[in-house]
Design a protein around this ligand. Structure first.
Ligand code: GLN
Length: 508
């Protein structure tokens, strides 16, 4: 810490470097390229930001300043030797602690994996490094990404930078807080039912869940394999395009990864978008929607109309079952995926020895799981095991899979007549810490607008579109057809050209 303090002091005296934390990844990239700043100067400026914010928000589970500085130094050395450093050259990216990294533990926010060190990097992480990005710490999350507030983390509490009495959202709450607080320009989150978009909305930043298969899941610790997808978080949409371009693409190590070419999102984002056809779903504006969120979304639609977009209503009746469907399928897959954490194959092993008539092995499994897993994870494993058990499988899992198909079909049909579907990301702005912690159902209902995109495998974006009277951010969700990320990003960028919500920052 002594060393850090020295650097903080040195750089607070250096005006050229002060304020770097306020610039976006595109501006920083330009300054790095032209030699106006070095990667090390950038990292040091962000370490200052870390020192100011991290004690208040708790975005990170593990953070190694020295490691980030070493990586920056190495990048500076290669740059001065004339090397082409790649798309993210010198840019710090925080990584949700559910993606495997060789140089940090990968805990998934669980006591079960508190000491787990992966022997390999997730493909997403490897691509960030290959593109010259700097892994800037591992961020907090709900245990195994199950939750919407980051309160289910067994290891740390993360707070919303806009108001530290409130949750940052979840499960990628640490990543959203890290960008919102200006500790790093870019973050990687994961989204199984809204976990990139909802914390992005709560923390006033942008976040994209890509099409299922667009980004490799290799090394992303599985929660619900048919829904999980990693994606970019940043303040603005052009920054998302940059990070998506770096991480997307086919990976032979992930059988579900798509072979489709990766467009140059960071270039096509600048192309003008004319005559955008927007669909809105009347259900999204029902009584459950907070009045301030409603007003902000309607104002955003006005901004689109002013840029030549047309808006029409579409009905998505099957999507009314989306929450029920998701909360059968996701726990079913979780119960299967989490079977490996038994203290023998993986994870915390109980050391408690007691004499009972039970088999010592069964006892070891029970105790290891009882000690290693939190209440929400246990709840999901039980729900999933129940829904998959003989006699209930047809009634729950199979039925949910049928409804999932209907939800996908009706969304794909809708994209025949509209380019994007626009609505609120969440029913209300960020709630207070503890407010819903003991009420799983009301927590699940938070995911009302986000889970359909995961069930259908389509891409979906959240961008900031307002602030409530109490000063909390509001998010606008934009969804598009499979692999229409280019269009989605251009629509988001168009909105950000005429609004400045994404430039607002929490008070220091
Ligand atoms: N909030 C949802 C859940 O608890 C979504 C989580 C996620 O996207 N990882 O399952």
């Amino acid at each position: 810490m002594m060393g850090l303090t020295f650097w903080f002091r040195r750089f607070s005296e250096n005006n050229a470097v002060a304020g770097l934390a306020r610039l976006d990844a595109i501006q920083l990239q330009q300054m790095l390229r032209t030699g106006q700043i070095s990667s090390l100067e950038l990292v040091d400026a962000l370490l200052e930001q870390y020192a100011a914010w991290e004690p208040r928000v708790g975005a990170f589970l593990n953070f190694r300043a020295d490691q980030a500085r070493d990586q920056a130094r190495e990048l500076d050395r290669r740059r001065s030797a004339g090397a082409d450093l790649g798309l993210l050259a010198g840019l710090p990216v925080s990584v949700k602690d559910i993606l495997c990294t060789v140089d940090y533990p990968t805990t998934c926010g669980s006591r079960m994996l508190r000491d787990y060190h992966s022997p390999f990097d997730a493909t997403v992480v490897a691509r960030i490094r290959d593109a010259g990005g700097i892994v800037f710490g591992k961020t907090n999350l709900d245990e195994f990404a199950m939750g919407s507030s980051t309160e289910n983390s067994a290891l740390a509490v993360t707070r919303n930078p806009w108001n530290t009495e409130h949750v940052p959202g979840g499960s990628s709450g640490g990543g959203a807080a890290s960008v919102s607080a200006g500790i790093c320009p870019l973050a990687i989150g994961t989204d199984t039912g809204g976990s990139i978009r909802q914390p992005a909305a709560f923390c006033g930043i942008s976040g994209l869940k890509p099409t299922y298969g667009r980004v490799s899941r290799y090394g992303l610790v599985a929660f619900a394999s048919s829904l999980d997808q990693a994606g970019p978080m940043a303040r603005s949409v052009p920054e998302l395009a940059l990070l998506l371009e770096a991480i997307a693409g086919h990976d032979p190590r992930d059988a579900t990864s798509a072979p489709n070419e990766v467009p140059s999102y960071s270039h096509t984002i600048a192309e003008p978008l004319r005559g955008l056809r927007i669909g809105i779903v009347p259900d999204h504006f029902d009584a459950g929607l907070d009045a301030e969120v409603d007003a902000a979304v309607r104002e955003a639609l006005g901004a689109f109309r002013a840029r030549g977009a047309t808006v029409r209503e579409i009905e998505l009746p099957a999507s009314r079952q989306a929450i029920a469907t998701y909360y059968v399928i996701a726990p079913c897959e979780a119960s299967s995926n989490l079977a490996r954490y038994d203290g023998v194959h993986f994870g915390h092993r109980s050391t408690e020895r007691d004499r009972t008539d039970e088999s010592p092995l069964a006892r070891l499994y029970c105790r290891s799981r009882a000690e290693g897993l939190g209440a929400e994870v246990k709840r999901r494993i039980m729900l999933g095991t129940y829904a998959l058990s003989s006699g209930y499988y047809e009634a729950y899992y199979l039925q949910a899979m049928r409804v999932r198909r209907l939800i996908r079909d009706e969304l794909l049909a809708a994209f025949q007549s509209v380019d994007v579907i626009v609505g609120p990301t969440t029913p209300a702005p960020a709630y207070r810490l503890g407010e819903k912690a003991n009420d799983p159902l009301s927590m699940y209902l938070e995911d009302l607008y986000t889970v359909s995109a995961n069930l259908a495998g389509i891409p979906a974006l959240s961008v900031p579109c307002g602030l409530s009277r109490s000063g909390l951010p509001i998010g606008l969700q934009i969804q598009a057809a499979p692999f229409a990320e280019e269009l989605l990003l251009r629509a988001g960028a168009m909105y950000q050209q005429v609004t400045d919500w994404h430039q607002r920052r929490p008070a220091a």
